[in-house]
Design a protein around this ligand. Sequence first.
Ligand SMILES: C[S@@+](CC[C@H](N)C(=O)[O-])C[C@H]1O[C@@H](n2cnc3c(N)ncnc32)[C@H](O)[C@@H]1O
Ligand code: SF4
Length: 470
Amino acid sequence: MLDSGFVNDYIDSHLDKRQVNKIQHGFPSPRYWSELSVPMDEIAEDRHRARKMNPRSVVNLYVGVPYCIRTNPGKCGYCLFPVEEFQGNAALENYYTYVEREADLYREQMSDAILGAVYFGGGTSNLYRPEVYHKLMDLVRGLFPTIYPQADLTLEGIPQLFSREKMTAIRDAGMNRISMGVQQVNERLNRLSGRQQTTRHVTNALEWARELGLAANVDIIFGWPQQTTSSMLADLETLVSWGVYDITHYELNVGGPTDFALNRFHELPSTLSNLEMYRASRDFLTDQGYEQVTAYNFRKPGDPAARPYEEGVMHGFSTMDTLGLGYAAITFFGDPKLGDGHAWSFINWHNLQRYKDSLDNGEFPVERGFRHTMVDWRLSMLFRNIFSLEVSRPDYRDAFDIDVYDEFATIWDALAERGYAQVEHDRIRLVGDGPFYTPMIQTLLAEERYQALREREVSRSKKPKPRVLA
Ligand SMILES: C[S@@+](CC[C@H](N)C(=O)[O-])C[C@H]1O[C@@H](n2cnc3c(N)ncnc32)[C@H](O)[C@@H]1O
Ligand code: SF4
């Protein structure tokens, strides 16, 4: 266990530092996924074994698109996701034939699975022409014999690429939700990203979604260059006045060779201003009747188009099975009942040509992965529960035979002292500014294991390479 002096110093020295890591949905960070040979046959067998033990567990599906329309500055000025410039519909639809081929490779493995949710993301998934959406849903239905009745079937896109015709095709194909990246409602601020989006694009898309009975989520970002708390609140007020039930409010993650990091760093609000914005947005949205469901998701009850929110989908420790299809897609798989070393994270090629070449060779297009020990798996599940703001102590004990308070007592105590966490007999909850500091809390929880992984990486890099004899 970390010494409480170290924990307190760490927290004190990080409170006013920009949180360079964003919230992680699993452990460890993909930086540590260095296994180049991922045993797909073993993973398939393990999945069947896990489902036999836990027949009600669900699989979430993610399907990615590499392409986005060109912006000036590139990549919307801030985006850190791997994406490629849109090359036209022929290239996009050719790419999609590869996704279908990848899905074929998983058909047997998914034959006894229940689909819990689908997310068509990216990149920009509403680049597809209207006639393609039914193919996307055919792929889903072909791969999963059983679909959970309350499943969210979501397609993500940008406002200016939605049209009534496209939205109708999305609904007719069987999807039931859209997620729209708006980023800034304020047109002047939004233009800093080079996106050609107007308020009209956003209101039209929301109107069509409502008419067609599709649930709609809006992503926006705070901590944007030149943004103030009052411009942020003006955007939130507008979204509330438009009747948006589902708002994702991300803090800007600044990094890499992006325009915002290189050329607008001096225009960014400070970390403490971001904290101020977080508090103001949370208080405003909760006053307006929204519930905070994760560190950055706010949902207003009563949406006629939404499916009931399932506790078990976000919380719990038994499984977090996610299948990622497509360019740079990420897959997680594991079940604590399988024991040590049977959980995996892996990522597909983020080089489009390599992705296609693997499939042309009849191989899974996996670039690299990470085999989790039970400690890694436990941290992954803890990260996920922390993200949705609370950890159940009895559930954690049932899954791992250890009390989550005892395991990290010095960290919980330090967080509780500062009003960031509340330790109760049956749960630990992030409160106050705790959710804002989720990345820092995750780093602390994982510090000891990260140290061991760093040492492993160093010793691997020092190993003499095998000599090649001429
Ligand atoms: C990967 S993008 C794809 C969605 C779509 N292409 C778009 O731009 O709206 C998904 C969401 O991630 C968020 N995002 C992307 N880059 C980000 C960053 N650097 N910091 C915070 N959020 C970011 C945006 O809110 C975006 O809507
Ligand atoms: S923010 Fe969205 S549209 Fe912009 S580059 Fe990233 S994924 Fe593409």
